[in-house]
Every structure is written in C-alpha cells, then in structure tokens.
Write a protein that binds this ligand. Sequence first.
Ligand code: ATP
Ligand code: MG
Length: 589
Amino acid sequence: MSTQEPVIRYSHYLLRTRREDPTDAEIPSHKLLVKAGFIRQVAAGVFDFTPIAFRVMTRIMEIIRQEMNRIGGQELLMPVLNPASLWIETGRYNAVGAELIRFADRRGTDMCLAMTNEETVTDLARGYVSSWRDLPFMLYHIQTKIRDEARPRGGVMRVREFLMKDAYSFHRDFTDLGAYYVNVYNAYRRIFKRIGLSPVPVEADTGAMGGSASHEFLQPSQSGEDTFARCNRCGMSSNIEKAEVVSTAQAEGSRQAAAEEVHTPNMTTIDDLMSFFGVGPDRFLKAVAYDADGTIVVAFINGAYEINETKLKNALGAMELTVADSRKLTDAGIVPGFISPRIAKLSGVTVLLDRTILSRQAYVMGGDRIDYHVKSAVPGRDFTLSDTVDIASVREGDPCPRCADGTIVLLRGIELGHTFQLGTKYSESMGLTYLSEEGKAAPVVMGCYGIGVERAMASIIEAHHDETGIVWPITTAPFTVMVLPLGADAEVVAAADTTARALSQTYSVLLDDRQESAGVKFADSELLGIPIRAVVSKKLIAKGEVELKVRRTGEVVVVPQKEAPETVRSLLFGLAEKEGVMIDDSWPA
Ligand code: ATP
Ligand code: MG
C-alpha cells in the first residue's frame, strides 16, 4: 500500500497496552484485544475501538468492499433508526424476540433499531423496480447493527452493537438468484482468504429469515459457539441445527415380549433406571416436555440422542420454545418424569416422535403414573406410532445422511458470515413486484448476505496469535512496520526518524518514540503483532544498519539503513506466500 501517510508516533497515539491478562476474558481474542489496548468495554456488549483497532477494521472493510464491488455490488447507506411500520409489514416486528430494540420517538411513533436491513432495502427497491429490465442488481452497506443479545460474550465475538456488511440481491426468479448466489459464495471465500481465515461453508438452518438455501461460513475454532457436522468421507458440512439424523434400525428378535408395568420407586436419574433395567440409554424412550407458543408439546426420542431445539422449533413452526412448567403439565393430566407417548390422547397436548425411535423395536418408557415404567413397549403396538419427525441432534460417529459409508465428526466454529437465498418472503409481504416479459406481475426473488466486521477481527486473532501476542496477517495488520528506537540518544532518535520516514513512503509505520525500556518496547511489539519490526540502536547506527524482524517467523535480518524498504518488501512477499492471503492482483501491504 503506497501510504503517503505520516509516520504515527506512539508517544501521542491513543494506545495503552496492559501487562496483566484481563480476568474476565475467556477466549484468546478477547484477552489479546484488551491487553493490546484495542478495545474498551463501555457497557455489556458495547465497546470503544481505539485508533489501532479501527485501522484493522478499516482494512477488513476495504477488502469486503473490493470483493462486493467485484461482483457488481452497489454500496449505499441505510438507516439504523427504522419506523416500526416497515417491520410490521413483514411481520418481523412481532416475530423477532427482545433482540430488536423497540421504542416510541418524541412524536409517539413506534420505532426500532435495525438488526439487519431487509425491510429498508425492500422498501427502497420497491420505489425503483417496475420491470424485468430493472433486474438483477445487488445493494450493500457496512452499517451499525443493534441487537440486544441475551448473552454478549467473548469480547467482540458477540456484542450488542456492531458493524455488519449486509448485502441484498434482487432477481426475477430462483434460477437467476441461484446463479448469483454462486458469485457471492465465491466472493465470500475470497474475502476470508484475503483476511487470513479459512471458514468451512456449512449448510445452515434458514430459521426466522425464511427462504431456501443458506450457508454459514464457520471458522473452525474452539472459541466458536456453533457446532457443525462434517462427513469424514464426502465432506458434507451442515450446522447441527440442520444436519439430518439417519438412525439405522438394529436387528432384534422378531417376537417381542408383552409390555409390562414395573414399579420403579426412588429412581431419580436415567443412570438409576439403566442399572435397574440393566440396559443402555438407547433402550429408553426419552420424553422432553416443552411450552411452544403456549401449547404443551412433548417430544419423544431414543434415549441415546438429544433433542435439537432449533429442529424442533422448525418442525412445529413455533416462535418461542421453553421447557414446560411442571404445574402446567400436571394440570393437563401429564405425570412429569414418567411420560409415555400414550398421553397423545389428552386434549391440548401435542406429541412428536423422533425418527430415532424406529431404530429399536422395544423400549422402556414412562408408566404415566408416579414411580412406574413400562418395559418392552413396542412402537405401534403399545403406543400409537404416528408420523415421525427429525428433531434429533446428530452425534459424532453417526452415519452420514449424504453418502453411503461416511461417518459424522462434530466440530466447533465461529460464524463469520451467512448467505441466504431469501426468496420472496420480503418482496411478497412488502409488495416488491416487477412486470415480467409476458407482462405479468411477479414478486422479486431476493438473497441476503452478511459478514460481521468486529467478529472477523476477533476471529483473525483466534487464528493468528502465539503466547506473546497477536500475529496479524499482512492484509489486516494495523501497521506494516513498527520502528523501535532503543535508547534516547539524539542520534538514535534521528536515525529512527529517518528510517521511519523512508519506510512510510511505501508502508504504514508506527514509530515507538516512547521513553520506555527496550524490554517494554520489545514486549509491546510482540503483543501488537505488527508484521515487521525495525530496530534502531546505537550499535547498529555505528555500522549504518537496521535490524528487521518478522513477527510471524522470528526471522531476523540486519541490513544497511538505505536497503530497509527493499528488504521489507521481500520479507512481505515471503509472508504473503506463507499466509496465503494474496489473490491474483490484490497486493495488500
Ligand atoms: P449468530 O448465530 O452468531 O447469532 P446470526 O445468525 O444472528 O449469528 P446473521 O443475522 O446472519 O447472524 O448476521 C450476519 C453476521 O453478522 C454473522 O455471520 C456474524 O458475523 C455477525 N454477527 C451477528 N450477530 C453478531 C453479534 N451479536 N456480534 C457480532 N457479530 C455478529
Ligand atoms: Mg444472532
């Protein structure tokens, strides 16, 4: 990057590193962002970003911008402050939970703070689109999003105010959307590669957003909140909220004993029951009772599996799902702790049977009265076997739903971005239509695509750090070179100045002109993670030299002062190759 930017002087830069680890930080990026002085918490999930942090964010945003422009995106800016009326049109005003901040303005008009901009962008587009000739196009902005998250966490991984690049595309039909979706998918891969990340595109649940195809870009990381299933054979990757469970039926004796009621007093745990009956968890019919939008729903599953609440919510088409209150169950005639599918006959109760039930021929199930179970309960014989649903969480080692002989591995990841084929959910509810070539009015088919900027920054640190600090990839580093004068001699100060200025002709430079010891300066340069460190000392000056050190590799070279810019250039080329962040013509440094 030809900067033409002045050398930044640390002594007057709003940057204070810390020696101690913050006590409340659980993940490396949180710890390092605080220690290195990049972020400061203002309120739960709300942060200041100091100038050095904002430089990183700016570089991330610039790469996003280049790639969005490359696929024809038109950058614009839409508001955070939205009238509730737009959100009422799409139904999201009521459908979205407390994450959406709602309030009345001074005139008493209901307002909300945008958590994404489908409503405003659809409203905007309906003023422009009239014919098939107007399509397709793509709009995007990088704008503040407000989400009153229940659990902000991980420093800036999950916050309540953040910058998101959100893009929206408009098409005449699904074929055109599908074709464009591939462009966005490829742009996303380029963006993440360029910023030093390599997320797995994972098939995702489309949830409240509606629509069909959707991918989450999950960066494999222990610090991630998402779990995804990956096939060790065909590479199928799917969020656990979506991954299908194929449970294979086990061969058992064809004749089952008759069902038998058994007294099971003082058995409070599944372990107690397993040892009492002498069978494993897969021989139990597990019941979990929920309150789904006010209705009692009891889900039954093979005891070796867990219910996935997102899948359950989707199967029910429910908005709110909570574990049912036992009083409410008792009132409905259900005996908590001893529930069997026979309760399906009770009124006001919905029973769902998971597919995994089909993997066994007989189960131990609840006896529908206190301290009783039923053994040898056969589905279809001892309780009604209605249609089964897929509401189980896939397990490590389960068979792959896609290919014949692969097995599932579970991985954790950070969701860096999300792409959705929205379809017509927003265009239909808001009346965004166009006239086709045949003169027929049809709803515009839409896609939407998000990337969080702060979360991207934190994820880069998760992937690029060591025990002494951050190791920025060259494409997102706040500065390319950090110049360290050692000692306060006038000649050292002057030489550091000359070196910094020469380097700043081509690279962004932070000059550590503080009155600090060499030890402090070295430690801070490691912590801040700037790719190249240039040391200027009395000893080096005597020979007219500077020492250059590569943060990532530890490689050190001593070169004549005049050759410093040229050597930095070749060191950066070496780094670019190692980091894999360069794509064709995009020289980043
Ligand atoms: P999550 O499941 O993590 O809550 P989401 O599905 O709500 O994410 P989207 O609405 O698809 O996320 O938002 C697009 C992108 O915005 C996400 O991929 C992520 O990078 C970022 N993002 C979403 N919520 C937050 C948040 N609370 N803090 C920081 N970044 C966020
Ligand atoms: Mg969310």
